[in-house]
Design a protein around this ligand. Structure first.
Ligand code: PMP
Length: 287
């Protein structure tokens, strides 16, 4: 197999030669935005949704992306093609670029654009059948008033601290609460519960990333006749829900069967959750 090709600022480099400056503010300050995107059957999945979110986040942090949205879409497609990738994961990163050692972003004349198209290590199928156990992390979500989690910024340290708590407990995900004590999201996934015919997920005001998978699953649920609501949730609501699941680009849709030692619903992947997973996979297959 030929070496993986990485896109940096308009050119492709073999993985071993793909390097950026130590003066890049993405590295020095986490100053930048990114996206994690899937490719299925040779197509970039939810391409426009990811690009729109990236450009919105960049606008918020006053970062000018040196490509039009159409050029960015073409660069994503090209990254798949160059790497001969049908199914995989694409990491798109835009940093403030090379500057000096100070914070001043004005010293960075041009943003750096990086696209890494890779094969993906899927979660084991067992997760989808048996479901996940979660804990609530002691690390709270970053308040939206500080750095709005809607911005998928290169500052993931807070989520990493919560992820460490999950790993310490022998688990792969943890729930983060916001400063009000309401459920926000997980370290790399959005969270949902189901009661009867109602699908409920925290609202954007809880301080969450508006997941592309989240939005698509809400749309599919509405199409399937479910009532979809965005409501603040307490841990009580999670513990006593009939069903619970997570959504994310890498995870797709994973059932949750235990939280902080409490069994959720029947303790098995819920029927409605399984139906939504089926609908989501059907949507992918037809994309
Ligand atoms: N929340 C956080 C904090 C995330 O990092 C992610 C993964 N990008 C998600 C939610 C899920 O978003 P998406 O469905 O767009 O992958």
């Amino acid at each position: 197999m030929s070496e993986q090709q990485i896109y940096i600022d308009g050119k492709f480099y073999p993985k071993s030669e793909a390097k950026i400056s130590v003066f890049d503010h993405g590295l020095l300050y986490g100053d930048g935005v990114f996206e994690g995107i899937r490719a299925y059957n040779g197509k970039v999945f939810l391409r426009q949704e990811h690009i729109d979110r990236l450009y919105e986040g960049a606008h918020f942090i006053r970062l000018k992306i040196p490509l039009s949205k159409a050029e960015m879409a073409a660069a994503l497609d090209e990254s798949l093609k160059v790497n001969n990738l049908e199914n995989g994961y694409i990491r798109l990163v835009v940093t403030r670029g090379v500057g000096d050692l100070g914070l001043d972003p004005n010293k960075c004349p041009k943003a750096t654009v990086i696209i890494i198209a890779a094969s993906i290590k899927l979660y084991p199928e067992e997760f989808y059948e048996k479901g996940l156990a979660l804990i609530t992390a002691a690390t709270p979500a970053v308040p939206a008033e500080a750095l709005n989690p809607r911005v998928k910024s290169l500052n993931y340290l807070n989520n990493i601290l919560a992820k460490m708590e999950a790993l310490e407990a022998g688990l792969v995900e943890a729930i983060m609460l916001n400063h009000m004590g309401y459920v926000a999201e997980c370290t790399g996934d959005n969270i949902f519960i189901i009661n009867g015919n109602r699908l409920i997920t925290p609202p954007v005001s809880a301080g969450i990333l508006l997941g592309c998978t989240r939005n698509k699953v809400m749309e599919l649920a509405r199409g399937a006749g479910m009532e979809v609501a965005e409501e603040n949730l307490q841990r009580y609501d999670l513990y006593c829900a009939q069903e619970c699941f997570l959504t994310g680009t890498a995870a797709e849709l994973i059932p949750v069967v235990k939280i902080d030692g409490r069994v959720i619903g029947t303790g098995k992947a819920g029927d409605k959750t399984k139906e939504l997973l089926r609908l989501f996979r059907k949507f992918i297959a037809e994309y």
